[in-house]
Design a protein around this ligand. Sequence first.
Ligand SMILES: *Cc1c(COP(=O)(O)O)cnc(C)c1O
Length: 434
Amino acid sequence: MGRKTPFVTASQLEDIASRFPTPFYLYDEKGIRKTAQSVLDAFSWNPGFREYFAVKACPNPAIIQILLDMGFGLDVSSECELIMAERMGVSGERIMFSSNDTPLEEFAHAARLGATVNLDDITHIDSYQEAVGSFPEVMSMRLNPGEFPFANGIFGKPAEAKFGMTMDQMLEATRRLMSLGVKRFGIHALLASNTVTDDYYPTLARTLFAAARRLNDELGAKVAFVNLSGGVGIDYRPEERPNDIFKIAEGVRRAYEEELVPAGMGDVAIFTEMGRFITGPYGALVTRVIHEKHIYHDYLGVDACAADLMRPMLYGAYHHITVMGREDEPCDHTYDVTGALCENSDRLANDRALPECHPGDLLYVHDVGAHGHCMGYNYNGRLRHAELLLEPDGDVRLIRRAETPSDYFATLDVLEGWDVPVEAGASKPKTARP
Ligand SMILES: *Cc1c(COP(=O)(O)O)cnc(C)c1O
């Protein structure tokens, strides 16, 4: 069985934890940069290539800035993500607005920023027209082919998914958009999540290239790009083999040479919208054991909970755990690692083989750099914790402070007596008059 190694040493992490109280998320800038560069190198055969980082995976401006500096664009899907892009000075074709069930105001906002808009449904042509009035030169459309060989647990079969339009609808949508003045088209699909195989992108590419040829051949539409979106996974489990982005990109290149180049479509740009693959392995949730409990199972109670990391509760997702400083001890104990929520499903791990642990031990929860902190919530009055960035020179920078009770109570400022900050340890806030 393989072994997963934290990107910090035990003594480094104890030092960080002496300055920043646990629990916290820690991100590794060096790892993010290295992976981002490998993506650029792997797809350098395609002159128009661009990766649009899926902001929803890790919506922290300090992380996003690293990726913008490397030339990435941003894939956004909501009002707040549009604001994030705008505040970071990103506009025009560096924004891909890939949303679904889209409110009209968000189409209008995306249009104001000059974003490339990816229409999830044929009816969104009318929505866009109502929201914006006219159409830009470039529009993208999201395909749902119904069938696809890579169905998996998180996503399910494309035919069961709410996303995208059918191929017939895409042809009809293209006809309509051409008559409305659109000159160039993009085709997008996200048909699987967290794939750990070299074949997902190449297989998806063949599906989308075939669609691109139909637009080209049947309608004379100019296809400017094919967007392979996200879904490239990471090796959450120690026995898994990490994806090789160079093999994946090579498979896409082969499909491109076979399907597009002979059709005279060798100028189509390849876009991607990876999130998990870029930042997933380079974030850790650092939490301390605060209790141990031995009843019918053995429990380690930690200071983080499902409000910090929902994936195990939501999808039964596996996140590897390293007990810092005990890396070489045998994993001869079986624990459920739980948080403090009044929910039995509040677990970071179930039946996990770990070395013998005690209160005070520092746990490193692996691979939470994407769809981790940002999925957190405030159930049970639990607050979201801080995010820290480990910079390449070894310095650690606070890139999001922990929430305080004031943040939790902030939206009650419409109620009399609750319009003042509330601090931890305070007695009751001024109570409203009866
Ligand atoms: C979530 C999402 C992504 C990123 O997915 P990953 O699994 O993190 O790579 C990309 N594009 C769209 C439209 C998404 O919804």
